[in-house]
Design a protein around this ligand. Structure first.
Ligand code: NI
Length: 200
């Protein structure tokens, strides 16, 4: 956070000034940012609306995409890098979405899956979600965007939207729901595969 707003007097900035651009930059790139995990109060802050669609927003989105891809993950909300903003990125099936100020305008159907979160590393829980979700919002330039997804993409839409309200997927589990480690999930999958082999 602190670094983000420090004026940076780099060689590049001085070159800009000769072309008449501002002599300082107010956003130093921090491509891959540390991911905030469960217990950090910043995960619980509802996002403030994005009002300025300027270069620093584009650079922040670039950092969020790099952080998500490096993790690797299928989505990342601003809260997960410690920022209380209405801003998230989603990448599913090589389709990349960047959404500021999102709203969910449609939910239908129901589907269960073992859901996880980069901010709750190493765990999964069986979570019911709408099978179809439509999110609207704005891109880095302030233009309207729509993310319309089924299945995995619908799940990512709902998961990231929850982050922007300061909520985590483990908040809304039904009474007695299982939260298991990824190792346990792998073990169960191997067991199921083993049973499949024996049946074949
Ligand atoms: Ni998450």
């Amino acid at each position: 956070m602190a670094v983000r707003w420090e004026p940076v007097k780099s060689g590049a900035a001085r070159r800009d000034s000769r072309r008449g651009a501002p002599a300082v930059r107010y956003h130093r790139r921090m491509p891959v940012r540390p991911i905030v995990t469960l217990g950090d109060p910043r995960l619980r802050l509802p996002g403030r609306p994005i009002t300025r669609f300027d270069r620093s927003l584009g650079e922040l989105l670039d950092d969020m995409v790099e952080t998500m891809d490096a993790a690797p993950g299928v989505g990342l909300a601003a809260q997960q890098i410690g920022l209380d903003l209405q801003l998230c990125v989603i990448r599913v099936d090589d389709r990349l979405f960047e959404v500021a100020n999102p709203r969910i305008v449609h939910l239908s159907g129901e589907e269960g899956a073992w859901e996880g979160c980069l901010s709750v590393p190493g765990y999964r829980a069986w979570r019911l979600r709408a099978e179809h979700a439509v999110m609207t919002g704005q891109d880095r330039h302030g233009r309207a965007v729509t993310v319309n997804g089924h299945g995995y993409l619908a799940r990512a839409i709902q998961h990231e939207f929850d982050h922007l309200q300061g909520e985590l997927y483990i908040d809304a589990l039904p009474e007695g729901a299982e939260i298991i480690t990824e190792e346990e999930l792998d073990r169960r999958h191997r067991e199921e595969e083993g049973e499949g082999d024996r049946e074949a």
